[in-house]
Design a protein around this ligand. Structure first.
Ligand SMILES: [Zn+2]
Length: 189
């Protein structure tokens, strides 16, 4: 069974978007038994921070980043993290973890009475920073992905599409003030 929007499809058998580059990350595991996916967490990331179009985010999420290649990377050395999706400034989507598995994007987190949001959420990283406006094409691809995810996982209601900062306040700020929530919600309506 498949659901489709424009050219993008969510394959419910594999838990992968198609046609999308799939770079399997070892930074994932099984969701707790019986867990229902009911939340999307939106993030912002660029590596090094503020530099776009590098392959560093993919390498980082796949455990293949050359930590000697930039001074900043010393700060993140050894971290084992991932997301389900990464949407580049160009709109290109890369998937690292099938939706059915638990990606490691939220860290210590809490929302609406529940902690450990990785258990029940899908993590989507946008290439960017907290202060530089995200690209229109990123919102387009994000809204397409969210549409398909919500078809597959209808418990992801609009108020359960949140930012990393919303579930880890004081610890995380992404996707930052640059992220236009009203614009996204308008596209989802
Ligand atoms: Zn984040």
């Amino acid at each position: 069974m498949m659901t489709t929007t424009n050219s993008l499809t969510l394959n419910l058998q594999t838990g992968l978007l198609e046609p999308v580059l799939y770079q399997p990350s070892p930074h994932c595991d099984e969701r707790p038994l019986g867990t229902e996916i009911d939340m999307i967490v939106i993030h912002g990331i660029s590596l090094p921070p503020g530099q776009f179009g590098t392959d560093s985010v993919s390498a980082f999420f796949c455990g293949e980043l050359d930590y000697a290649s930039h001074p900043y990377f010393a700060e993140i050395k050894g971290l084992r993290v991932s997301s389900h999706l990464f949407i580049k400034r160009t709109g290109e989507i890369i998937q690292f973890v099938p939706f059915g598995k638990r990606a490691w994007h939220a860290g210590q987190s809490f929302y609406d009475g529940k902690s450990s949001c990785n258990d029940f959420s899908i993590g989507i990283e946008l290439e960017g920073t907290d202060i530089l406006p995200y690209e229109v094409v990123q919102y387009q691809r994000l809204s397409q992905a969210i549409f398909l995810i919500r078809q597959a996982y209808p418990l992801v209601t609009e108020n359960r599409i949140v930012g990393h900062a919303d579930i880890a306040p004081g610890r995380k700020t992404d996707p930052g003030m640059a992220f236009d929530w009203a614009y996204l919600k308008g596209k989802l309506a």
